[in-house]
Design a protein around this ligand. Structure first.
Ligand code: FES
Length: 166
């Protein structure tokens, strides 16, 4: 079995989830899809850091990783918006009001999950579990985890981003 000495891109503990998936597959190249899937579930989308980290860990060229990530439409690459909001819809967050938070954010931004506002200010995504269930319902605003949010609080954050009195 191969070992992995590649450090994750940051201290974010969600990388541990991705690492655990790769370890389960012995860091073998054919764990690629599972690893990308796991990263997407934890972060809501795949950015450069995630693709590089998975590629290095599985000893695969970046071109191959990008190829797979862009080929399957089950994968979402980092969205276009200036700001990114990821709402958790995992079980714990769902039970604690995740759907209401998502709805409030969708209404505030005027877009649905998976979309970016026409002015490219905000991209809205959902994740399956952000690894912070104690904070349910959890939302990540520009990479920063926030939790136990009321729908109105979440909507205010989005309105701040939209700015210009929109
Ligand atoms: S279910 Fe939302 S953080 Fe785990």
């Amino acid at each position: 079995m191969r070992t992995n000495t590649i450090a994750p891109p940051s201290d974010d503990k969600r990388w541990r989830i991705v690492q655990a998936t790769m370890r389960r597959h012995g860091f073998a190249p054919d764990a690629l899809i599972e690893a990308l899937h796991s990263a997407q579930e934890a972060f809501g989308y795949l950015d450069d850091d995630a693709l590089r980290y998975v590629g290095k860990s599985l000893h695969l060229p970046l071109s191959r990783v990008y190829g797979v990530a862009t080929f399957y439409n089950l994968f979402t690459l980092k969205p276009q918006g200036e700001h990114t909001c990821v709402v958790c819809m995992g079980t714990a967050c769902y039970i604690k009001g995740g759907p209401d938070v998502l709805k409030a954010i969708e209404d505030a931004a005027g877009v649905r999950k998976g979309e970016t506002t026409p002015d490219k200010k905000v991209s809205l995504l959902v994740a399956r579990c952000l690894g912070a269930c104690a904070l349910a319902p959890a939302v990540v605003f520009d990479g920063e985890m926030d939790g136990q949010l009321a729908p109105g609080q979440a909507a205010s954050r989005i309105k701040e981003w939209m700015g210009d009195g929109n």
